[in-house]
Design a protein around this ligand. Sequence first.
Ligand SMILES: Cc1cc2nc3c(=O)[nH]c(=O)nc-3n(C[C@H](O)[C@H](O)[C@H](O)COP(=O)(O)OP(=O)(O)OC[C@H]3O[C@@H](n4cnc5c(N)ncnc54)[C@H](O)[C@@H]3O)c2cc1C
Length: 380
Amino acid sequence: MNFQPTDMQQQIAQVIRDFGKTHIQPHVIEWDESQTFPAELFKKLGALGLMGVLVPEEYGGSGLGYLEYVTVISEIARFCGAIGLSVAAHNSLCTGHILQFGNEAQKQKYLPKLATGEWIGAWGLTEPNTGSDAMNMKCTARKEGNEWVLNGTKCWITHGKSGNVAVVIARTGALRDSHGMSTFVVERGTPGFSGGKKENKLGMRASETAEMIFDNCRIPEENMLGKEGDGFIQSMKVLDGGRISIAALSLGIAKGAYDAALKYSQERHQFDQPISNFQGISFKLADMHTQIAAAELLTLQAADMKNKHLPMTQQAAMAKYYASEVAVSTANDAVQIFGGYGYTKDFPVEKYYRDAKLCTIGEGTSEIQKIVIAREALKK
Ligand SMILES: Cc1cc2nc3c(=O)[nH]c(=O)nc-3n(C[C@H](O)[C@H](O)[C@H](O)COP(=O)(O)OP(=O)(O)OC[C@H]3O[C@@H](n4cnc5c(N)ncnc54)[C@H](O)[C@@H]3O)c2cc1C
């Protein structure tokens, strides 16, 4: 196993650092305060090839692998977790689902627009009463002639209002039947499809999170992704990849918080010396540094296995679980190292602290990751 970043990963990181300094960093506080979803930024990210990282070049994407994808999401998240979350949801959920399960006509139709950032994608699994228990979903799709009619509400959807196209999982069979759900592509502007309430969130505030409402929304039968009854199983496979993105997102947030705390600990003087001289502070830095390195290795392991098409459900869950908890603890320690200043919006660590918490919740909570990890362990 090669532990060093490849030339390509280093180049990608440099491109994002240059881009982020000009196009993300100056706006982070303003977007966060006003909960602005900067739709235009995603077109610029698309021009850099960052909206279709895993999409083959023949469909307008960058044709890169999961190791490079981890670099993309973590480097963006160092600047802003919310932008990292939106790029991750677009790439690995909506675009990733069409890439993995779409037929040739669907790939030709949707991937070029998504990969270039011309269109922003959404992915709807979660409902008001079914989050972790997604198999119990109530949103239905009923066949009428050569159309499907969707009814119900999806909630907590990244780009639920602004997405130009959504991949939606709905019930087409019996409750609690893992083959009772199917996947559909629904374009914005389809009658009966609207965005609902936008959430006012603790963190990740520049990433839009909103309801998607389906009220007798009719879509042509060719908009089904894969076979009828495969929706839930497809979603679990999409989430295996999605969990690598949340692990990468967590890594970026943790690295951003650590970098800020390391620098501040050398600049801030108390008792006539830098606070980094105090063992209570330097041991925190040692723990943060070690845990970030461990989280990175788990994330790269899952990414490497995904590239090699090896079964990686357990590795993706371990990476997501560990990296997200590390992001929360690192951001917490960073605020502590900044003292009172860390509790203000004059310094970046309070935002890392708020953003990090999403990572232990979205795309399966830490508790659900532990269920997945244990289930896989007990299978063996
Ligand atoms: C900012 C944001 C963006 C999101 N984006 C999307 C998106 O784009 N698309 C989408 O479909 N969803 C999205 N989600 C939804 C997200 O995936 C869910 O919030 C998550 O899966 C948890 O579901 P829940 O919120 O309903 O919590 P619940 O499932 O109600 O869980 C509540 C608590 O109970 C625990 N719990 C539940 N079941 C068990 C169990 N069996 N054993 C032990 N503990 C358990 C959970 O771990 C949690 O602590 C997003 C959420 C957020 C906050």
